[in-house]
Write a protein that binds this ligand. Structure first.
Ligand SMILES: Nc1nc2c(ncn2[C@@H]2O[C@H](COP(=O)(O)OP(=O)(O)OP(=O)(O)O)[C@@H](O)[C@H]2O)c(=O)[nH]1
Ligand SMILES: [Mg+2]
Length: 462
């Protein structure tokens, strides 16, 4: 073990009222501490099952129904105490998990009792950090644990579970070992440089490097989608004032989130509403109506709309089919770049289709935000749009900026390498850089400082 093997503890469940809470203890003294605080459960009646010899930790993986008592033999709670012997535990150390009753008091009292036995409170992410240091998980898998905990949709959870199972790590390790193989051949050549032998033909070396570069680029390209799936897809609802944008947002979330009024220019701030649509986290954004105006506050609102528009993953251009009002011409140019869905609203009043002056769009819909007609169809098409994208991306997906940066550096080094065939020493240095950058993802080549930064982003008790 590379770290100081002290014993740590923390409450692993979120605070608040709940059926149970779990207090986790990890380190060489955890079994000793558990044996000190956990004893036979209280006998409720004569026919209690608690008969015969009671002993904690009879064997690894034992889960014992216990009474938790303090130094004065006062009963604090009844709990299930699960014991895991190193290395067969989450952290790889001796681990004890006390599942007591939840709420604001019991878990804290038991944690205090544990800490009074000379155990230190765990830092955020310290259990997972120990799991990493003891080789139970690699770094990408450890990050997937955090990803899974923070997942806000089924799709995001699926990606994290696949990363936790080691899919991403496997692919990274595979690419890294190919680079190291190439490097080994090259170093052999350098050793024999006087004799002018070659262990790999130039052609095959070129093909291998190109192939690796393509693989890295392919994986990098999944980042945009992976990050969106984790953070939520942004769907901006934009259009001229009074088109019914706020009415549509309210209709979609089934709640009066945004103010609706017959006065054009009602919405000023961007109003966001989160929704899970068939397993995808979607953030609908209602915006200020786009028009040329002198009004100071409305102008700020419109600037915000334009920023939201640029960052959106999907844009719904809402058009009042009764009036046919369109956003101002400069704003239409921005819109054309985003290939929006054209959504004709107020179809209860009119079925006219006033045309925006651009042809690039993702589809045409007729709805009534007021009555709800057509809104289901619109949402179904949006959902299909997201699911199709996810399917083409497959389940190997990048979600961490850190991984993306490392892949970029590895790719850049491979590109440099391809320009250095005449200089074997420089070529070798580039290959080493490319391999090291990949190693940062799984944690094979990484400094302590970076590790601390990564694990400090975890929550307490994980
Ligand atoms: N008949 C009819 N009226 C609608 C429909 N959708 C919205 N409205 C009405 O249109 C008016 C404007 O609706 P809002 O949702 O406030 O429009 P908006 O696009 O958010 O307007 P701004 O925030 O001012 O840009 C309100 O009086 C709504 O009741 C619809 O589908 N049919
Ligand atoms: Mg509005």
């Amino acid at each position: 073990m590379t770290h100081s093997p002290d014993t740590i503890a923390a409450i692993a469940t979120p605070p608040g009222i709940g059926g149970i809470a779990v207090i986790r203890i990890s380190g060489p003294r955890s079994w000793e501490v558990a044996a000190k605080i956990a004893g036979p459960p209280p006998q409720r009646n004569a026919s209690s099952e608690a008969t015969g010899e009671w002993s904690l930790h009879q064997r690894n993986g034992t889960c014992a129904y216990s009474g938790i008592r303090n130094n004065n033999n006062e009963l604090l709670d009844e709990a299930l105490v699960s014991s895991f012997r190193s290395p067969h535990s989450y952290t790889g150390e001796d681990v004890v998990e006390v599942s007591c009753h939840g709420g604001n008091v019991s878990p804290k009292r038991i944690l205090s009792l544990i800490l009074s036995c000379g155990v230190r409170i765990a830092r955020p992410g310290e259990f997972t950090e120990r799991a990493f240091l003891n080789g139970k998980l690699d770094l990408a898998q450890a990050e997937a644990v955090a990803g899974l905990i923070h997942a806000r949709s089924e799709a995001a959870a699926r990606i994290s579970v696949s990363q936790l199972a080691g899919k991403l790590s496997e692919s990274i390790r595979d690419m890294r070992s190919k680079i190291l193989d190439l490097l080994a051949l090259l170093e052999l050549e350098l050793d024999f440089s006087e004799e002018d032998v070659s262990f790999q033909s130039l052609e095959s070396r070129k093909t291998d490097l190109l192939d690796l570069q393509a693989k890295i680029e392919h994986l990098s390209a999944t980042f945009d989608r992976g990050r969106r799936e984790r953070e939520g897809m942004k769907v901006a609802i934009v259009g001229a004032p009074n088109a019914g944008k706020s009415t549509l947002l309210n209709r979609i979330v089934g709640d009066e989130r945004a103010i609706v009024s017959p006065h054009p220019g009602t919405t000023r701030d961007v109003v966001e509403a989160h929704l899970e649509l068939s397993g995808h986290e979607v953030i609908f954004q209602d915006t200020a109506g786009l028009r040329d105006t002198e009004h100071e506050i409305e102008t700020i609102g419109i600037e915000r709309t334009l920023k939201t528009l640029v960052r959106a993953d999907v844009v719904l251009l809402l058009i009042d089919s009764a009036t046919g009002d369109l956003p101002g011409s400069t704003m239409l140019a921005e819109l054309a770049n985003k290939s929006p869905f054209l959504v004709y609203n107020k179809c209860d009043l009119s079925r006219a289709e006033p045309q925006p002056p651009f042809t690039a769009h993702s589809g045409v819909f007729h709805i009534s935000a007021l009555s709800g007609a057509g809104v289901e169809t619109l949402l179904a098409v949006l959902t299909r749009h997201f699911s199709d994208e996810l399917e083409t991306a497959g389940d190997l997906m990048l979600t961490e900026q850190r991984h993306h940066d490392a892949l970029q550096r590895s790719r850049d080094a491979l590109v440099r390498a391809q320009q250095q065939f005449a200089e074997p020493t420089l070529l070798a240095a580039d290959l080493r850089d490319a391999a090291n950058a990949l190693g940062e993802i799984t944690g094979e080549t990484i400094g302590e400082e970076v590790l601390d930064r990564i694990f400090s982003q975890f929550c307490i008790g994980k």
